[in-house]
Design a binder for this molecule. Structure first.
Ligand code: NAD
Length: 334
């Protein structure tokens, strides 16, 4: 079937500052530009190749240690993705599994050992944890210099001061960093002064995303005027905030939350949500985001689920780990 040629929407034309996109540009699609996570992730990793080469010349292999407690099937899927991507990128990823019954004292002792081990550059604790373990205490036990998930109070506090995406002093949480990198490198528009809406305000996803979008560009942000919505935002206020947004980021975990009728034509829509649902046609489990698929008919740019922000998040974890190795200057014999 022949692909219809269509002009960019007025907002796309207005916002597009790509030197290849001057004037009304013909694009071979009649829907939003889909930002593929695999290619966005490979760009993130590609930009690290120089650092990786330099580390390898010094006989340093970046080492990441994910800590997994118990046998949560969901966690295992995420860990498998991380292990696979790390192997491809040349990062040593050594998963430490502990039984559900591990005590908080025992787990803190394991983290302490990894903090002291100079061959380990990044430590992450796979969430959620069993109920008897205090997430705040456990996550904060990781040294800031090895906190490649950016979940410690210290890393999150530093994010309030500025977005250190080059990892000079701390690490930006991986999903918020993935959203930033997608907007900076895969959507060629000028963000300064535009409106954004973030659905979700969790301390390691929604809130840091909103912070990054609204931060001053001088401090690594995007200068967007940002509205944060949450579970108690009334639907009409939510619709109002979304309809005024040039950039919409959803991290709510609510399938179909963003419907096409409330999206501004040409808006950038980044879908962080990952929601397992049962496909009514097949009875099989599938993953969907927070954004209704018909939004693709209205938006200018859109990330798919699965295969959008997810692979970029993993790439950002490896990004942080490689830079942690670079910062550490430690040698690891192979
Ligand atoms: P969370 O449950 O901690 O937070 C959800 C947030 O959404 C809360 O702040 C809540 O107030 C808000 N919310 C709930 N209903 C809402 C509504 N109707 N309108 C607006 N906001 C609403 O979850 P989380 O850890 O922040 O994760 C959010 C989503 O992102 C989940 O689907 C999760 O699976 C996904 N996620 C994806 C990645 C990735 O790499 N793509 C990484 C982390 C989390």
């Amino acid at each position: 079937m022949a692909t219809k040629m269509k002009q960019l929407t007025p907002l796309q034309q207005l916002l597009c500052r790509n030197k290849h996109c001057q004037g009304p540009v013909m694009i071979k699609r009649n829907k939003a530009i889909v930002i593929g996570g695999a290619s966005a992730a490979s760009k993130i990793l590609g930009r690290l190749s120089g650092d990786l080469e330099n580390l390898n010349k010094l006989n340093i292999i970046p080492k990441l240690v994910p800590i997994v407690i118990g046998n949560v099937a969901e966690s295992q899927v995420y860990i498998n993705h991380k292990v696979k991507a790390a192997a491809k990128a040349g990062v040593d990823c050594s998963v430490q599994h502990y039984p559900n019954e591990i005590t908080q004292v025992e787990l803190l002792e394991k983290i302490h050992e990894l903090n002291q081990d100079p061959s380990v550059h990044g430590i992450i604790v796979q969430l959620p944890l069993p109920q008897h373990l205090d997430e705040h205490i456990i996550c904060n036990a990781v040294f800031t210099s090895k906190d490649v998930d950016g979940f410690t109070s210290s890393s999150l506090g530093r994010l309030v001061q500025g977005v250190d995406s080059d990892c000079k002093a701390s690490y930006v949480p991986c999903t918020p960093l993935a959203v930033l990198k997608i907007l900076q490198h895969d959507v060629d528009i000028k963000f300064k002064g535009l409106n954004a809406c973030v659905a979700g305000r969790s301390h390691n996803v929604g809130m840091p995303i909103a912070m990054i979008l609204s931060h001053d560009a001088i401090k690594g942000g995007l200068d967007l005027t940002t509205t944060i919505c949450h579970r108690y935002t009334p639907p009409e206020k939510f619709a109002d905030a979304v309809s005024k947004a040039d950039v919409i980021v959803t991290a709510a975990g609510v399938p179909g939350l963003v419907k096409p009728e409330i999206v501004k034509p040409g808006a950038v829509v980044v879908d962080v949500g990952i929601n397992p649902i049962i496909n009514p046609d097949t009875g099989k489990r599938k993953l969907v985001g927070d954004v209704h698929p018909d939004v693709a008919e209205v938006a200018g740019w859109m990330t798919p689920v699965p295969g959008g922000v997810g692979p970029c998040t993993v790439a950002c974890l490896l990004h942080n780990t490689v830079l942690a190795a670079k910062n550490s200057g430690t040698h690891r014999s192979t």
